[in-house]
Ligand binder design. Structure first.
Ligand SMILES: [Fe+2]
Length: 278
């Protein structure tokens, strides 16, 4: 018995905006932070040009929406990125993505606590099967290895997750699979929470990027008269930097960690994922 459908929510009839957003989310160019690192499946363009720079990951007022916790959350899940154990039955699934704040900058050290049903649609309420937590790395990246959860009465296919940036409130929500017949009848289904899913041999590869209500202040902009800092040139928006390049900014020298094209707001002191002071 499950009471997750007890309270119809705003996902019953997703707004046009929500549907459009979900569609955009499936095809939007990756933030430049993704360039130079292993690209998500949806961002890969075999032999094609690099994705356009996308300074905004959202429209600025629409963080990832919350959903009810349901009856099966358990605290103290083990820290692990794979929920697959010896003998685990089910279609293998990876879920990968990034966590961003309101200024579309990645957030590192974010706690993600996943829990889901097994392939038969049952939750482990005595142990911790299909339960695990992990943290985003410095680029805001997370990766979960699991199986496609089974269906159980009253719900469409979904994965539960709690997401918490350091020192911030917990976002409790659920992730959904496109093309599921029950998406049309589950009263709490929300199209804004659809993952992008593709087949990968006999497995599935899913991606989803979270946007948390985490205030982020882009840097003050490049110093109009930066202090000359040998041996690198002064950092400048619009410049394409490669991993290992050195620049001067604010009297300090930084080394580029990930190839990218600089934009205002990504000054070296504010983007530790891109630049490291030397
Ligand atoms: Fe559930």
């Amino acid at each position: 018995m499950d009471d997750e459908t007890g309270t119809p929510a705003n996902g019953a009839h997703p707004s046009r905006k929500a549907v459009l957003r979900a569609a955009v989310a499936a095809s939007v160019a990756a933030p430049a932070l993704l360039m130079g690192v292993p690209a998500l499946a949806r961002t890969a363009r075999d032999g094609g040009p690099a994705p356009e720079l996308t300074p905004e990951c959202d429209d600025g007022d629409d963080p990832t929406p919350p959903q009810m916790e349901g009856p099966y959350f358990k605290p103290n899940s083990p820290r692990r990125t794979s929920l697959v154990e010896p003998g685990t039955v089910g279609t293998r699934l990876t879920v990968g993505g990034y966590v961003f704040g309101r200024a579309c900058l990645p957030v590192g050290g974010v706690l993600l606590d996943f829990w889901q049903a097994d392939h038969n649609g049952a939750y482990d309420n005595t142990g911790f099967r299909f339960r695990g937590h992990q943290f985003t790395d410095a680029t805001g990246k997370f990766a979960l290895t699991t199986i496609v959860p089974g269906l159980y009465p009253g719900r469409t296919r979904h994965i539960h997750v709690k997401v918490q940036a350091p020192g911030r409130p917990v976002l409790t929500t659920q992730l959904y699979f496109p093309g599921e017949p029950r998406n049309n009848t589950d009263p709490i289904f929300d199209a804004r929470l659809l993952m992008t899913v593709r087949d990968a041999g006999g497995a599935k590869e899913a991606s989803f990027d979270f946007v948390l209500d985490v205030p982020q202040t882009p840097g003050p902009g490049p110093d109009p008269t930066p202090t000359p800092t040998p041996p690198g040139q002064a950092w400048a928006a619009g410049t394409a930097y490669r991993t290992g390049d050195r620049v001067g900014y604010g009297g300090r020298t930084y080394t580029c960690l990930i190839s990218h094209t600089a934009i205002r707001g990504w000054e070296p002191p504010t983007t530790p994922a891109l630049w490291r002071a030397v």
